[in-house]
Design a protein around this ligand. Structure first.
Ligand code: TYD
Length: 143
């Protein structure tokens, strides 16, 4: 996907299969099959403090799937033209965030855990951390 052209509607909720068991449930996630990329990196946010705000950036090439493993939080998605807020509260739902989307994570509930599956290794050069820069990055395409 051309990250200058992506829209928030490209960010969809993926539903993962749940394997229920009286002793505890299980959700398997396989690259390509369950998420539309090869998973090169996994990280998670935990012990998130009250009123924490995370994210506040976009990526040029990175695809991510964000899940709430415990508790809940909100994700603001912004393609430079349209914004929407997605509430994540169920571990069987993953929010696919395509490249070229500004995202902010907030309203974390107590003890929430946010898992991120990522298509690339960590690379600071892939980040756009300044909102004005992001708007310029997206707007150039639409002139
Ligand atoms: P950042 O991506 O800004 O986190 P968030 O968007 O959740 O607020 O990263 C915070 C810090 O962690 C920053 O110094 C970079 C580092 N970091 C890594 O070293 N590897 C990683 O995979 C990630 C996501 C962050």
């Amino acid at each position: 996907m051309d990250s200058k052209k992506t829209k928030i509607d490209n960010c969809i909720i993926l539903k993962f299969k749940e394997i229920f068991n009286i002793q505890g449930n299980l959700i398997p996630i396989e690259q390509i099959k369950d998420v539309p990329f090869e998973i090169k990196r996994v990280y998670f946010l935990y012990r998130i403090t009250e009123n924490s705000k995370r994210g506040g950036h976009a990526h040029k090439a990175l695809y991510q799937v964000i899940l709430s493993l415990n508790g809940s939080f909100d994700v603001l998605l912004d393609d430079g033209f349209t914004k929407k807020i997605v509430h994540l509260s169920n571990p069987n739902e993953g929010l696919l965030i395509v490249p070229g989307i500004w995202r902010e994570l907030f309203s974390f509930s107590n003890n929430s855990i946010c898992l991120v599956l990522a298509s690339e290794l960590y690379d600071e050069h892939d980040y756009i951390r300044n909102y004005d820069e992001f708007i310029k990055f997206k707007a150039l395409e639409n002139k």
